[in-house]
Design a protein around this ligand. Structure first.
Ligand SMILES: Cc1cc2nc3c(=O)[nH]c(=O)nc-3n(C[C@H](O)[C@H](O)[C@H](O)COP(=O)(O)O)c2cc1C
Length: 307
């Protein structure tokens, strides 16, 4: 098979991506700076850091920690607020060689909707709704509650005509029910998953590794957890497009997600070790497809063979 015969385009519903790789939210900054070092043309899309309606100060340091296997973060979604973001980053989006998705967070459905509206006007091509932040009313993560998630997605749906991805949490025991609810409310795809709750302690100082003690655990060790979510949703809701992510750092990792049923694959923590990891993953994916005699990456999606 010739090099040009490998078709890497993939679809999330009616939205087409040039490759199945998505640079994950929070791991490529505002995307503008990352564009100078990473090879963003190799990605179908890159997700800018989550922004809220008003500036959020984030947590005090330490906010990032290695654990020996994977990473802990407790940034607290520090961001300048969507208006400041749109003023600074919006005008630069056109120069970036891939689709940029805006990531919306808020304390209630109205804030999510307002953020989505401003992000849409700023020129992003899709809205990723980060449901892994606390609901002002209950203090619980939106993504743990089908009703709260539904309310947010329905509000965002009325605020934008862009495609919407709902980013869920692997901390949920009811991932299929929540995915069903958000798609019913207007999400075009689900993003599975996000960081897993974790903690760590320094045995010399006996202090927590993060100022907030509990934070988000990411990187290689969480891959089986996210793959389980992808598998369950792809089996339970075969019509729902999935962006799978969690612990992807090699082509083999990305291929596993595609086989499990994801139509696109996010890369997060791996960017900190190697900003150009996306190029390596894409080359490996092309080689794998040639070896398998496959001409389209879409043939891989959900191609699990039963025992
Ligand atoms: C430092 C850091 C910051 C992150 N910030 C966000 C964020 O603002 N919004 C969001 O939706 N996800 C955020 N994430 C989660 C990632 O997008 C991704 O879902 C998670 O890290 C799992 O993928 P990985 O194992 O490939 O890193 C962040 C992750 C890290 C490591």
């Amino acid at each position: 098979m010739s090099r040009s015969a490998v078709d890497l385009t993939t679809c999330l519903g009616e939205y087409t991506l040039s490759t199945p790789l998505v640079a994950a939210c929070g791991t490529v900054g505002s995307v503008v700076d990352f564009a100078a070092v990473g090879h963003l043309e190799e990605y179908g899309a890159a997700v800018a850091k989550s922004v809220s309606g008003t500036p959020w100060p984030g947590r005090t340091p330490p906010r990032l920690a290695g654990t020996g296997a994977g990473m802990l973060n407790g940034i607290g979604i520090q961001n300048p607020g969507v208006e400041a973001w749109a003023d600074e980053v919006g005008p630069q989006l056109g120069a970036i060689p891939t689709d940029i998705w805006g990531s919306a967070v808020g304390k209630d459905a109205a804030e999510f909707a307002r953020v989505a509206e401003v992000l849409s006007s700023a020129g992003v091509t899709a809205i990723e709704v980060n449901l892994s932040c606390p609901n002002l009313e209950s203090g619980r993560m939106f993504a743990l509650d089908a009703d709260a998630s539904t309310e947010v997605i329905a509000a965002v749906r009325t605020a934008t005509e862009l495609p919407i991805g709902a980013k869920l949490t692997p901390n949920s025991e009811r991932i299929v029910a929540i995915a069903d609810a958000v798609v019913g409310a207007g999400a075009d795809w689900v993003v599975l998953g996000n960081t897993v709750w974790g903690a760590g302690f320094d045995i010399h100082t006996r202090k927590p590794l993060l100022s907030g003690v509990v934070g988000g655990y990411s990187g290689k060790p969480i891959k089986p957890i996210s793959l389980r979510c992808v598998w369950e949703v792809s089996q339970g809701l075969p019509h729902v497009p999935i962006v799978g992510l969690g612990g992807v750092s090699t082509a083999e990792d990305a291929i596993e997600y595609l086989i499990a049923g994801a139509s696109a694959v996010g890369i997060g923590t791996a960017h900190f070790a190697s900003p150009r990891v996306g190029s390596r993953i894409l080359s490996g994916l092309r080689r794998y497809m040639r070896r398998q005699g496959m001409s389209s990456v879409r043939d891989l999606i959900g191609s699990v063979e039963p025992w």
